[in-house]
Design a protein around this ligand. Structure first.
Ligand code: FAD
Ligand code: SF4
Length: 519
């Protein structure tokens, strides 16, 4: 008899307690599945990266002496879905015990729950042993529908896991140093931006397989994959980040530029970001390893890396990453239906080809298609903001984000997209809607100077579309947003405008909303 242990594509955690001992009676199954490659239209590089990392993980397990069955699409194509494959494997290998790690996606967790309910063999689910918070602990921190706040949660996490603390006080006497961060990047800063560490893993055979099985993809394919596909590469990327990027991480965290091109396009899209999200979300590397390594670098830098930089980074991982996971699990499946602002417009076609005259959107989308990556502010304040202020149906927005990014897995994608960026959850994730006019983009980037539109204008054919759309959005939702003290000034400014001006702005917005596909 065999004990079958299933390892999903985002469960590549070599440190899991499963792997501490070797039993010839235990068979590890790692399988490329049509259902996983097609539940949404993924970026070509994303599917390739997952399949490559799974294959590398299977090899590593085998080399460590475990019994592994690595199945490619060619071998799993005949099975309709994961349960059908598992049922066949149970028979073939005389399985009397099935073990799996809890899936991080609602869709998969329920598929496995339903499947195992009908089984007569022994079934044991396990924690993934990846996150700071155990799955079983989430309910202590998060409640359905409750408007939890990151800052509060983040402090609890720092205290509980004793991260950068001096007793009960945060290191440096402050929890958050964001005010010192978030600067615009200027040409004088360009030369110091490090070349990103890019890998070049050959995925030609995987890519051929994806095409052979008619899996629809988006984005540009690069068969010399830039992303880390095993633990060793993930650790190299982490080390590179700590040595060369952490020192300016917070400072330029929100900056965007199109003008670094001359010094190397890859510098431009990566800036000081870690690009560790794929390594983290596949669990090739753990959040604790990332946080501990970054803090060790901060300590050994003896002041070269400021507290503001390390705090800003740590907050993303023990704060945001764990926070959105809690929000997801406490609110699914209802969360996936929320649409508090009743947004129902169609996502413009140029989200799939970057053909828009708006320079900021052109760059953010082009880069996403090319690299399956954009940094947080490009996602939140460029593409996300556009969809928010033009009332695009959150289902379409979710689908785009879930497909296009190398790191997109629903538990982290959805609260960020539907919640933080689209406010479709009415403020469960964030305390305000991240709506902005061209002014914000101009403040944080150099996109506007080369744009066909004029960022200083709100009406007229060449006025920045985001300006009128922003005012229109705020005016439309005045009732909902005016209670928030952070919006007081905004509405005071709107009221100050003469009625004729207000009407001209709303008319321009109406025109834009009717022509979203051609701007
Ligand atoms: P860095 O800027 O170097 O940050 C370090 C790490 O912190 C990241 O690798 C990530 O693990 C974590 N992190 C930072 N911000 C967040 C956040 N808001 N939520 C969760 N973790 C965070 N992240 C995903 O991993 N998958 C997604 O599908 C995803 N979709 C997003 C959709 C939208 C609309 C927005 C606004 C954000 C989304 N994010 C998502 C969060 C964030 O943008 C990415 O984690 C980050 O850009 C990944 O790049 P990086 O590794 O270089 O991050
Ligand atoms: Fe974007 Fe407006 Fe600036 Fe053009 S002018 S880059 S549309 S913010």
């Amino acid at each position: 008899a065999t004990r079958l242990r299933l390892v999903l594509g985002d469960q590549l955690n070599a440190s899991h307690s499963w792997f501490r001992e070797k039993h010839q009676g235990t068979l590890y199954v790692i399988a490329e599945l049509h259902q996983e490659a097609s539940y949404t239209k993924h970026h070509a590089q994303k599917i390739s990266a997952f399949f490559a990392a799974m294959s590398q993980f299977a090899d590593a397990l085998e080399q460590a002496g475990h019994r592994v069955l690595h199945l490619t699409l060619d071998e799993t194509a005949q099975y309709q879905d994961l349960p059908a494959l598992l049922a066949a494997l149970f028979q073939r290998h005389n399985v009397d015990h099935f073990e799996y790690q809890l899936a991080d996606e609602y869709r998969l967790r329920h598929q496995l729950e339903n499947f195992t309910q009908g089984l007569t063999i022994k079934v044991t689910p396990y924690e993934t042993e990846h996150f700071y918070l155990k799955d079983a602990e989430l309910a202590h921190y998060f409640q359905q529908g409750k408007k939890h706040r990151l800052e509060h949660f983040y402090r609890k996490m720092r205290l509980r896991f004793n991260v950068m603390m001096e007793g009960d006080e945060p290191l440096g006497g402050q929890w958050n140093f964001d005010q010192q961060n978030r600067q615009k990047i200027k040409p004088k800063d360009f030369v110091a931006v490090p070349e990103p560490l890019l890998f070049s893993h050959d995925v030609t055979l995987i890519w051929e397989r994806i095409q052979r099985h008619n899996i629809n993809t988006i984005g540009e394919m690069n068969t010399a994959l830039l992303w880390p596909v095993n633990r060793k590469q993930s650790l190299l990327l982490l080390d590179y980040f700590c040595r060369f990027c952490l020192v300016r991480f917070g400072q330029f965290q929100d900056a965007m530029t199109a003008k670094l091109d001359a010094l190397g396009e890859s510098k431009q899209w990566a800036l000081y970001h870690s690009r560790l999200s794929f390594a983290l979300n596949t669990k090739m590397i753990s959040p604790q390893c990332v946080v501990d390594t970054a803090i060790a670098q901060y300590v050994s830098s003896e002041g070269e890396i400021s507290l503001a930089q390390i705090e800003g980074f740590v907050r993303q991982i023990i704060g945001w990453r764990e926070f959105v996971r809690g929000v997801y699990w406490s609110n699914m499946p209802e969360y996936g239906q929320l649409n508090v602002l009743n947004a129902d417009n169609l996502l413009p076609d140029w989200f799939w080809n970057a053909k828009t005259n708006m320079n900021c959107l052109h760059y953010a989308i082009k880069q996403s298609l090319q690299y399956a990556y954009a940094h947080h502010i490009q996602r939140l304040m460029v593409t996300g903001n556009f969809c928010l202020i033009t009332a695009i149906d959150p289902k379409q927005v979710d689908d785009w984000y879930l497909g296009i990014y190398i790191d997109a897995i629903e538990w982290v994608e959805m609260p960020n997209t539907r919640g933080m960026s689209q406010f479709a959850d009415g403020g469960i994730v964030g305390s305000k809607a991240y709506a902005a006019s061209g002014n914000y983009i101009n403040k944080m980037s150099d996109y506007c100077s080369d744009c066909k539109y004029s960022v200083s204008k709100t009406i007229g054919d060449n006025a920045c579309p985001l300006n009128a759309l922003y005012w229109n959005f705020m005016a439309k939702h005045q009732q909902l947003f005016s209670n928030n003290p952070r919006n007081k000034m905004v509405f005071a400014n709107w009221q100050k405008k003469p009625i004729d001006d207000q009407q001209a702005i709303l008319k321009r917005a109406e025109y834009l909303l009717n022509n979203l596909h051609n701007i």
